[in-house]
Design a protein. Structure first.
Length: 64
């Protein structure tokens, strides 16, 4: 799967391709004292390129 993430209503950033399950987001918090809203969307990864429609967006809140 091709994974993209959006943090605190910023811009979508590519996390890259991952074929493991589950995927672990190891990005540090921007400010460890504040919670972050992170959103994720996925696309198929096939023959070295992301393709197809994005999945429904999944949203979580991460606290330090």
């Amino acid at each position: 799967m091709w994974i993209e993430s959006l943090i605190n209503n910023g811009e979508w950033v590519a996390l890259g391709a991952d074929n493991s399950k589950p995927h672990y987001d190891t990005l540090p918090l921007i400010d460890p004292a504040l919670p972050e809203v992170r959103e994720y969307r996925l696309r198929w990864w096939d023959k070295g390129v992301p393709n197809g429609e994005f999945s429904p967006i999944q949203k979580i809140v991460v606290v330090g």
